[in-house]
Design a protein around this ligand. Structure first.
Ligand code: NAD
Ligand code: KPL
Length: 305
């Protein structure tokens, strides 16, 4: 039997991956938060994937972190701020040289996990796929995209990429995964906070073009300074294209705030501002947006870490 995929976090992306892997016949185990969530899951029919309006339910076995099976391959699908504590709960089950795939957006959480698990191989991922939950144990595949995976420390691709191929998960092994993550972080920093502050869809930023351009210039300066010139190239143009192409959408940060969910601000703008401070780079507009966003979140009773 091939190595099981343990999936930590049965949210949008975790369910999207679990259902497609299970559909292809790969062994999958879903790790749930606690016994109550496990009981709720086991009382239902399994995990449901809604794709192009068609629903399919898969009986993926569930367990909690204190189950006994050793973990060789772990897909980490929690939010960036939950990753370290979620991993700490099952650390004792990871075999030496376990492989982890980290699906988190932004930067900072991946390095924290790599430091927490020096024996493990941490593979970073950056995904443009989009999914949301429309009920417990259900996910809607909302935006087809791509997932880039890479390991800055060891450039060799793992053999299990075949599993992703068999599962129909569009992906590519990337030898410059950090550049991809930085680029996505910069895009998210240029768009998401402003959509919260102006309470608008992505397209609404067409009314704030000067501010977007100034932020992009500062973000490009930061990327250059952090040794990521390729991530800085044509940033403003891409941001404008994304704003146009996703004009009718609400950004993920807007949706988090609208649903009173904690945002991943510390791993996006927060990370960018900290990196700027480390390099003694003065980026007044970026800093100002960070301050305005922190104030906005506090005024709405939301955490800003
Ligand atoms: P989500 O909130 O839908 O799912 C996270 C899940 O992790 C939740 O079910 C939560 O209960 C679970 N969790 C948290 N702590 C846990 C623990 N200790 N044990 C077990 N489960 C635990 O989040 P998501 O939208 O799937 O996002 C996950 C990551 O992927 C984020 O960093 C996000 O930015 C990124 N991402 C999401 C999308 C998307 O379309 N949803 C796209 C690209 C990137
Ligand atoms: O990734 C995004 C998000 O909403 O998080 C886009 C659509 C690119 C906006 O930054």
């Amino acid at each position: 039997m091939s190595t099981p995929w343990h999936i930590l976090g049965a949210g949008s992306l975790g369910t999207l991956w679990a259902t497609r892997l299970a559909r292809s016949g790969a062994p999958v185990r879903l790790i749930l938060r606690d016994a109550a969530r496990l009981a709720s899951y086991q009382a239902g029919a399994g995990l449901t994937l809604v794709e192009h309006g068609v629903e399919q339910t898969y009986r993926v076995p569930g367990e909690t972190a204190d189950s006994s099976e050793p973990i060789h391959r772990l897909l980490v699908a929690c939010k960036a701020y939950d990753v370290q504590s979620a991993i700490a709960q099952l650390q004792h089950r990871l075999v030496p040289n376990a492989e982890l795939v980290l699906l988190q957006n932004g930067l900072g959480s991946q390095d924290a996990v790599a430091a927490q698990l020096p024996q493990a191989r941490c593979i970073f991922a950056s995904s443009t796929e989009g999914a949301f939950r429309d009920g417990d144990w259900r996910v809607v595949f909302a935006g087809h995209g791509y997932t880039w995976l890479g390991d800055a420390a060891h450039p060799t691709a793992p053999l299990w990429l075949d599993d992703l191929h068999a599962a129909g998960i569009p992906h590519e092994w990337s030898t410059n995964i950090l550049t991809r993550l930085w680029r996505k972080l910069a895009l998210n920093c240029a768009i998401n906070p402003l959509t919260v502050l102006y309470q608008c869809r992505n397209g609404g930023l067409q009314d704030h073009q000067c501010e977007v351009a100034t932020l992009c210039a500062e973000l490009a300066e930061l990327l250059e300074c952090c040794g990521q010139p390729a991530a800085a190239e044509g940033l403003h143009g891409e941001v404008q294209r994304v704003i146009q192409a996703t004009a009718a959408n609400y950004s993920s940060m807007y949706q988090d705030v609208a649903n009173a969910r904690r945002t991943e601000i510390s791993y996006l703008l927060g990370y960018a501002c900290q990196a700027a401070a480390r390099h003694q780079l003065v980026l007044p507009h970026l800093q100002q947006v960070q301050t305005r966003l922190v104030d906005y979140l506090a005024a709405h009773g939301l955490a800003s870490n």
